[in-house]
Design a protein around this ligand. Sequence first.
Ligand code: MN
Length: 243
Amino acid sequence: MSELTQQPVQAEKVATKNIVIKKHQLPPLQYDYAALEPTIDARTMILHHDNHHGGYVKKLNEALEKFPEFQDKSAAWLLCNLDQLPSSIKTAVHNNAGGHVNHSMFWRAMKPSGANEPKGPLRDAINRDFGGFAEFKKCFEDEGAKVFGSGWVWLVCSLKNGANMQVTTTTGHDNPLMQNLLPVLLNDVWEHAYYLRYENRRPDYLKAWWAIVDWEEASACFEKRSQSVNEILTVENERFLAT
Ligand code: MN
């Protein structure tokens, strides 16, 4: 029986021998599912990472299956160049590339026992444009709570010079890169991100979330402020694709 089931696999290997197929990959978490307890429970992390994010990656690859000319593009590139896509896959790529890009950033934005504060140029920029760290946090919580339905809340700044730090929100899985803004920090306010532990109390989730923010990662994102969108999308290419 096992010999019979192996045959199609071997045939497929021969047929694709000289073709490099690139597929988007679900990045593994850099910490255990339970590592963000008690802020985010392990069950939420399993469902959110494996099922929700995993589902976006799977559907993105399925949408691109018949379009090899777009298979070596990063998810971030696809999201920022939707007008170049065939209309038959535009919506699927919009939703699922967005879901893939945002969640990949989101897992890196958090770490067990985060609880530090921004330092250096990022702290200076927050103080400059919000009047202080506490004022920034209040703005981020308020805007996150106001998102109607499913979306994200972001700390962003202008590309090229890091000016004009502001809190912004997006619906669905849209990303500020689509508006030439650099994402520095993000929180997921879709119900799937918090409902098991916080139920309908999204403001409680937003307030508790500061305990697991990785401000060193946010600073690393802020360091990209001198780059162009195209430079950022090129780097992201290597991060999200594997052969
Ligand atoms: Mn999510």
